[in-house]
Design a protein. Structure first.
Length: 100
């Protein structure tokens, strides 16, 4: 069951990333001057949008790196080290964003 949930979260994070990127580019880069209302620009600029987008990016990216590590690293000890490193870096990124 655990493998199914992590696979599902990976796909959900990907959908959130694609949707978030589309919203960001539409509002910030392609809308022109004033074509989209202030509501859309405010929505993309909210801390909630940023938090969901960042959490999705971190989970999707680091889970993808973990999948690559599992495929290519044979040593159990090295795999545990890589897992700890990936977790630490992702926690550091999230903590740095929260502190900013």
């Amino acid at each position: 069951m655990k493998g199914i949930l992590t696979w599902l979260f990976q796909r959900i994070a990907g959908v959130i990333l694609i949707s978030g990127l589309a919203a960001h580019f539409t509002v910030m880069h392609f809308s022109g001057s004033g074509r989209l209302g202030g509501f859309s620009a405010e929505l993309v600029s909210t801390p909630c949008f940023n938090a969901v987008f960042l959490a999705s990016a971190i989970y999707h990216g680091f889970y993808g790196l973990w999948g690559i590590a599992v495929e290519y690293i044979q040593s159990k000890n090295l795999l545990k080290t890589v897992q700890a490193l990936l977790f630490s870096i992702s926690a550091l990124l999230l903590t740095a964003w929260l502190a900013a």
